[in-house]
Design a protein around this ligand. Structure first.
Ligand code: ADP
Ligand code: MG
Length: 140
C-alpha cells in the first residue's frame, strides 16, 4: 500500500455544532495525519465549482447552498491508503445507514447535513487538494 493524501471537509453543520475537535480526534485515532488545515467560508460560486461533478443531480442546488451556510474546515489527511481509510471512518453518505463508530453515524444529522466530505479516488483527491491548497500551505 502507498502513502496517499486525501481532501477532507468538516461541513458547516458540524462546525456550527462545535464538532471540529471531536472529528479531528476520530481522524487522529485512525492514524491519519492532518498535514494542512484551514477555516474558510465558501461562496456559492466556489461551492458550485467544487461540486461540479454533481451538477446534473437533483440535490446539486441544495448541496451547493448547504455548503455556504457557515464556515467549513478544509484539511489534507495523509497516511497509508488514506483515501479509502478516510471513506471508511467517515461512513456512508446517509448517516442513517452508516456503521456505528463512524463520523457520520456519530455526528451526521441527515444526508443533507452529514458533517464531512472525503475524496473518493486518487484522481479526485489531487483535484480537490489543488482546489483548496497551495504548495506553501502543506506541511512536509
Ligand atoms: P459522499 O459525500 O459520500 O462522497 P456524494 O459525493 O455522492 O457523497 O454526494 C455529495 C454530497 O451530496 C453528500 O455528502 C450529501 O451531502 C449530498 N447527497 C448525496 N446524495 C444525496 C441525495 N440522494 N439526496 C440529498 N443529498 C445527497
Ligand atoms: Mg463524494
Amino acid at each position: 500500500m502507498a502513502v496517499q493524501q486525501t481532501l477532507s471537509i468538516i461541513k458547516p453543520d458540524a462546525v456550527r455544532r462545535n464538532l471540529i475537535g471531536k472529528i479531528n480526534s476520530k481522524i487522529e485515532e485512525s492514524g491519519l495525519k492532518i498535514i494542512a488545515q484551514k477555516m474558510i467560508r465558501l461562496t456559492k460560486e466556489q461551492s458550485q465549482a467544487f461540486y461540479i461533478v454533481h451538477a446534473e443531480r437533483s440535490f446539486y442546488e441544495d448541496l451547493c447552498n448547504n455548503m455556504t451556510l457557515g464556515p467549513i474546515v478544509v484539511q489534507i489527511l495523509e497516511g497509508e491508503n488514506a483515501i479509502q481509510l478516510y471513506r471508511d471512518i467517515m461512513g456512508v453518505t446517509n448517516p442513517s445507514n452508516a456503521a456505528p463508530g463512524t463520523i457520520r453515524y456519530e455526528y451526521g444529522e441527515s444526508i443533507d447535513f452529514n458533517s464531512v466530505h472525503g475524496s473518493d479516488s486518487l484522481e479526485t483527491s489531487c483535484t480537490e487538494i489543488t482546489f483548496f491548497f497551495s504548495q506553501i500551505e502543506i506541511f512536509r
